[in-house]
Design a protein around this ligand. Structure first.
Ligand SMILES: C[S@@+](CC[C@H](N)C(=O)[O-])C[C@H]1O[C@@H](n2cnc3c(N)ncnc32)[C@H](O)[C@@H]1O
Length: 269
């Protein structure tokens, strides 16, 4: 039976089971490489305020903290799955030096924008494999659109200070999950809990099928790099660059907020 389309389609990202399946991802070699590549481009420094969009259990937030030796001023992890608050509690308890209230988690659905934050609240924004899931259903057109994706880019622009960087990864079009799974196989033997690792990896592959099916419907957005670049520029970013990582299945982008907002108009692809 085909999955329900449109507004009634389930969003598994809100479920604890789905969130937890992705917690083990950070133990894998491709994800470690992706984090290292993303953090190298992010280059967090002392005194900076960072937002981690679609943070999951906080792998990139941890990276920002460790890379800066605990010198960043603040990290806010944002995710729609409330269960990730538990992972952030654990993170706060294990990071050195202890971050206390300088590391926060907020439950929020970025498909509705980022209105919980003031303009220019952050020096920089980071995100790992998440913004592709900004979703918007148009009742008028009876189809999924990219409106929420484009709104999210404009919202990131708004919450950044001028000159701030947006460093993020997104999956390539038609990602080949088996390449990621293959490159992760040896990690099962290195894991403290190999059975849990394999169970979660299996679930991740199942969710991966759902993600690709929804991307084909236009609900989620695994876009070509050239298209992401144009959407970033339309949202007001410049100096846009990208590279491949994650066993060739993700792009990392880096873009800078200019001083002047650009006039917004419809983008056609
Ligand atoms: C593939 S996981 C990546 C997690 C983490 N950034 C990492 O690299 O390990 C995608 C994350 O995006 C979050 N997400 C998906 N849709 C979202 C939305 N509409 N608003 C906020 N977070 C969302 C999911 O809950 C999930 O934690």
């Amino acid at each position: 039976m085909p999955a329900p389309a449109g507004r009634s389609a389930p969003n598994h990202w809100l479920e604890a089971r789905c969130a937890k399946a992705f917690w083990s991802q950070q133990e894998t070699t491709p994800h470690r490489q992706l984090r290292a590549d993303t953090l190298a481009w992010a280059a967090p420094a002392a005194g900076e305020r960072w937002l981690d969009l679609g943070c999951g259990s906080g792998a990139l937030s941890r990276g920002l903290w460790e890379y800066s030796a605990g010198q960043v001023a603040e990290i806010v992890g944002l995710d729609c799955a409330a269960i990730n608050a538990r992972a952030y509690e654990r993170l706060r308890a294990t990071l050195q030096p202890p971050p206390g209230s300088r590391l926060r988690f907020v439950t929020h659905d970025f498909s509705h924008g980022l209105d919980i934050f003031e303009d220019a609240s952050f020096d920089h924004v980071i995100s790992g494999l998440s913004i592709s899931y900004a979703q918007s259903w148009s009742e008028q057109e009876n189809r999924w659109t990219t409106a929420a994706y484009d709104r999210l880019l404009r919202e990131v622009w708004r919450v950044l200070r001028p000159g701030g960087r947006f460093v993020f990864s997104v999956n390539v079009p038609q990602p080949r999950w088996w390449r990621v799974a293959w490159a992760s196989l040896p990690d099962a033997f290195r894991s403290d809990r190999p059975l849990r690792f394999l169970r979660r990896s299996w679930r991740m592959l199942q969710y991966g099928r759902w993600l690709k099916a929804e991307a084909r419907r236009g609900r989620f957005h695994y876009l070509p790099a050239a298209e992401v670049t144009i959407r970033l520029q339309t949202a007001g970013f410049h100096n846009v660059e990208h590279r491949l990582s994650y066993a060739g299945q993700a792009y990392i982008f880096r873009a800078v907020k200019g001083n002047q907002p650009v006039p917004l108009g419809p983008t056609r692809f």
